[in-house]
Ligand binder design. Sequence first.
Ligand code: PHE
Length: 489
Amino acid sequence: MAGPAGVGHTENWSSRFAFVMAAVGSAVGLGNLVRFPAEAGSNGGGAFVIFYIFCVVMIGLPVLLAETVIGRYGKSSAVDSVSKLARASGRSPLWAAAAFVGMLGAYFILTYYSVIGGWVVYFAGVFVDDMASAVSGGTLTQGAFAGQNSEDVASMLGTLHGNAEMMVAMHALFMAITIFVVARGVTGGIEKVAVWLMPTFFLLFLAITVYSMLTGAFTETLSFLFSFEPSRLLDPNVMLSALGQALFSLSLGSALMITYGAYASADTDLAKTSGMIGSADTSVAIIAGLAIFPIVFAAMTPDLLAEVLSGEKPVPQGLGLMFSTLPVSFQTMPGGSLIGLLFFVMVFFAALTSSVALLEASVSWASRQFNISRSMTAVVLGLMAFAIGAVASFSFNTLADFKPLPFGIFDGLELFSILDTVTGKIMLPVSALLVAIFVGWIADKRIINAQNGLSGGTLALWRFLIAWLCPLVIAAILFFGLFPNLIKG
Ligand code: PHE
């Protein structure tokens, strides 16, 4: 491989376990723990969950396999891998646009992802503090924030938002850690973090879920997450949110699985690993709902809970669910300080392995494209993303009323939500759509079939899904999601 040290892609994952942990680490993140419960909450619970599972199985898994196949064939950055495969198939290298859109999407996600990562670090700190006072005050077995009233606890997020220096400092810290890991390389950084943090994550996750099921409002949660009004199932907004969430959560349409697939060795069974990544990610999303809602519901008054379950009152929505409702809920849970601390440490681990992936997608391309070392590229791109995120974080502060795009799905959104919407509802679906068309119709079938580890009926099924169902469903959802008025009436 030409170029200065660290440029290009000579590296491979050191084992299949490392590949799976890194890919699962990228998939499992704030998307599962924050975005999924929030989206499920604001899109009618069960209807969203059912359509989400449909999207994962029928669209997510086939696209996941398609992306890792492209990556392992290309053994390069996502953009170069697609153009290499296109050329080998006698097609235009411009198909690389499929990966380019996704890579930009990943980069824009990183900008605001790191802001929320900063909040996670901050709240972990708050709970460390609270643990310390619980230990000295002997209240460890009681709820968190002993002696504080719940309004104060609920407004901690608002207080953080009002404190721009603190918010930007936490964002800087989170981004610095991300840059550090990516700069150290695939085996020296990304993989090390994944093989240590992900197993620890799963242990914590299991412990907290069991705790939450045993002490929280579990049956109410089940009925919330799995019962639904059939009419909402065909609501185009619910569908677009579910598709966007499935792609976001599986890190698809973001060039990432192409990038990580490039580091997979020739003997890795990509179909099998895709199945493992998909099931791990989906289980975490759904179980996250089973871990978070029991705690939140347990803290509600019976009247409020009944209203929430009957749909009269909405569940706490958006980011407030994790950063405001949940801390308040920990106030009434036994051992709340400790559980709260473990909870935010767990979220931090998940977020870090994802933000590393978000940065890697563009670093792997830019370092090769501009012939700069990996560490330099990581620093430059990371700092730029930090700057964009820092500006966007003022959406919670002085820029709260700055709503620059007053049309369509952007109407009424501040910068922060615009970044989330343009990536999740447009860039990721567009990239996934192009990947599906590329693999289904454009790329040479012999090359693809030699890489995917499938044969017989499953191969035929996958080919059908990637060539027909994925493009049609993604295109339809994108279209009606962007122009919902067309089918209302
Ligand atoms: N899948 C990650 C999450 O759920 C986010 C992500 C998207 C990471 C795209 C990498 C690429 O949080």
